[in-house]
Design a protein around this ligand. Structure first.
Ligand code: A3P
Length: 320
């Protein structure tokens, strides 16, 4: 008789064979699963995560669109939640670990053969546990949706997201032959890791309106504009607002500085090594600006993306 793991691997392989597939620029392929495109190096982890993850009420999930500020929001969320355990200036884990290591993506955590060992490791983590994910809202495990855990979500103007993504793809995979125009074509058809991006954003957007204590919806541009306000907002949302004493002692400013683009980019820990064996840490820090897309978009590309966004987002109340 086949072992449980053997049976599971067999079922997963058959499932993968049955899914629609497209070529990807970073991973080998994208698979269409539950209406979203998943990179081949994530898909098994996504399926396991969905099947096996047990959320705790105290968990915090940092959910994001790739290339929209994940590295930043993970650092901020970790620093806000753990500000009593670690002072911001000395021996802070963010000075010696990349934020993706401190707030690991659940789809990578579950990219393993031995799920039972993984589950027992996870249950022993100090609470509140903080995890990341790119999985869209409809495909999150039931226990995340039904428990009292909280979700902090970030997305970004698709114009900047696609430029960031295209450059990241080229750096991580120098053999990528897709031009930015071709990348945009695919993006507008929704064929991009964890896309269609519109559906990704709308899933969390609608949930944040229906259930504002469950999902906090943030935009990269808003954080860039007024980080002080949003650090406080995240802390309030996570039920750990800053006290007046903390405010006057500069705790908020310390967190903002610790997580700033310049500070993080220049840390030794972020200059070498990889995240998830595949992605170079240094490539997660490029310009960190709003509006760099103007240096890459032709008038035809502007028209194409503007039209698609109008079509996909109109009437939703979500705009950029
Ligand atoms: P650019 O490529 O436009 O520079 P993600 O973390 O989701 O992969 O997103 C990467 C984008 O966030 C990159 O954008 C990167 O430079 C920017 N970024 C990384 N760390 C940041 C920080 N601490 N503050 C602001 N932006 C940051």
């Amino acid at each position: 008789m086949a072992s449980t793991e053997g049976l599971q691997a067999y079922e997963e392989e058959n499932l993968l064979l049955s899914l629609p597939k497209e070529k990807d620029w970073i991973a080998q392929h994208l698979y269409l699963f539950q209406d979203f495109w998943y990179p081949s190096n994530f898909i098994e982890g996504v399926i396991n995560f969905q099947k096996h993850f047990q959320a705790k009420d105290s968990d915090v999930i940092v959910a994001t669109v790739p290339k929209s500020g994940t590295t930043w929001l993970k650092a901020l969320t970790f620093a806000i939640l753990n500000r009593q355990r670690f002072s911001s200036s000395h021996n802070h884990p963010l000075l010696t670990s990349n934020s993706h290591e401190l707030v690991p993506p659940l789809e990578l955590i579950f990219h393993v053969d031995n799920i039972q060992d993984k589950l027992s490791d996870l249950s022993n983590i100090t609470e509140p546990r903080v995890f990341g994910t790119h999985v869209p809202f409809p495909s999150l495990p039931k226990s995340i949706k039904e428990s009292n855990c909280k979700i902090v979500y970030i997305c970004r103007n698709p114009f900047d997201t696609i430029v960031s993504l295209w450059i990241f793809a080229n750096k991580n995979n120098p053999l990528n032959e897709l031009t930015i125009e071709e990348t945009l074509e695919k993006y507008c058809k929704g064929i991009v890791g964890f896309g269609p991006t519109w559906e990704h954003m709308l899933g969390y957007w609608k949930e944040s309106i229906a259930n504002p204590n469950k999902v906090l919806f943030l935009k990269y541009e808003e954080l860039k504009e007024d980080i002080n306000f949003y650090v406080k907002r995240v802390a309030e949302f996570l039920d750990c607002p800053f006290t007046e004493e903390e405010e006057s002692n500069g705790v908020i400013e310390n967190i903002i500085n610790l997580c700033s683009f310049e500070k993080m980019k220049n840390l030794e820990v972020n200059k070498s090594g990889t995240v998830g064996r595949k992605y170079e840490k240094k490539y997660f820090f490029r310009k960190g600006e709003v509006g760099d897309w103007v240096n890459y978009f032709s008038p035809a590309m502007i028209e194409k993306l503007s039209k698609t966004m109008e079509e996909k987002l109109s009437g939703s109340g979500l705009s950029f």
